[in-house]
Design a protein around this ligand. Structure first.
Ligand code: SF4
Length: 275
């Protein structure tokens, strides 16, 4: 079966690569797709549906939308579209928006609390409907922007995993769009004629100024170095732990053993030993 368009073929290839490299989907999986109605989640649902029909393994899909309760949120469009395309779906109406207003401290940004609350709802529904994987629409740009945000503003060298087992071991979160760019996801959702809707959160748009700044920085770099994002995503899979300063990766006793085995004792270690 041929792909509908060259863009669909390109995205399907990238998603297949991610699935194979990180073991994202297995035979018999029931994959719950977090569907906000934004371009990324629509693109994810669409490409997984295309792959499901072609894959040598059998898996099912169910789209789950967490409505935070903001007025104007067009969950009706999500329902109508899923019905028209024969996609199983569930819309969970919540009061997350109000809860955030109640418990957020003045001046704090709501996004991480919002993400935690929504994640909790997704976990609960996944259990309810017997989902074995929870697929989220984070794409390549999200990965590299998160890496730089943490690097520049949080003092941590981390991005996000393509496959994550929840702390209690009950859920597996997957991100099949890890190799798909934001532009590809946007164009794919549009060419697939999916109704892209906003979350209607009052904070949306003006909150992540740092992320916007990072986006601009990457865009500027790309003018001269078009491969910069691909280089960053490759870097996330090519970590040289011994060339970092994290002593959890390079514990002192190992350094001492190496030095005793014939290498030079680093100056810092000499000082630690002397102290
Ligand atoms: S912008 Fe609004 S909906 Fe989006 S994560 Fe932040 S608080 Fe949640």
């Amino acid at each position: 079966m041929a792909y509908a368009t060259p863009l669909e073929a390109r995205i399907a290839k990238k998603v297949t690569r991610a699935i194979a490299e990180y073991g994202l989907i297995d035979d018999g999986d029931r994959v719950m797709v977090g569907l906000s109605g934004g371009k990324d989640s629509w693109a994810l649902l669409q490409v997984l549906d295309v792959l499901r029909k072609r894959a040598p393994i059998s898996f099912s899909l169910v789209a789950v939308t967490v409505d935070s309760g903001y007025s104007g949120y067009r969950h009706d469009l999500i329902a109508r579209t899923c019905e028209a395309r024969g996609w199983e779906y569930r819309i969970e109406h919540t009061e997350i928006g109000e809860t955030i207003e109640d418990i957020l401290e003045a001046g704090a940004t709501p996004c991480s609390l919002c993400a935690r609350l929504r994640r909790g709802v997704l976990y609960r529904i996944a259990k309810d409907i017997g989902a074995t994987k929870i697929a989220l629409g984070h794409h390549l740009d999200d990965f590299v922007e998160t890496l730089l945000l943490n690097l520049f503003f949080s003092g941590a060298l981390k991005a996000m995993p393509a496959r994550l087992v929840s702390d209690n071991g009950e859920h597996v979160v997957i991100r099949p769009l890890v190799y798909t760019s934001e532009t590809e996801a946007r164009n794919y959702a549009k060419e697939s004629e999916l109704p892209i809707i906003g979350c209607c959160c009052p904070a949306c748009g003006d909150l992540s100024l740092q992320r916007q700044r990072i986006k601009r920085l990457i865009a500027e770099l790309e003018v001269e170095h078009p491969e910069v994002k691909n280089s960053m995503i490759r870097a996330l899979g090519n970590v040289a732990g011994r060339h970092l300063l994290d002593q959890r990766l390079n514990p002192l006793p190992e350094l001492r053993d190496a030095a005793l085995a014939g290498g030079a004792v680093p100056l810092t270690l000499r000082r630690v030993s002397a102290g």
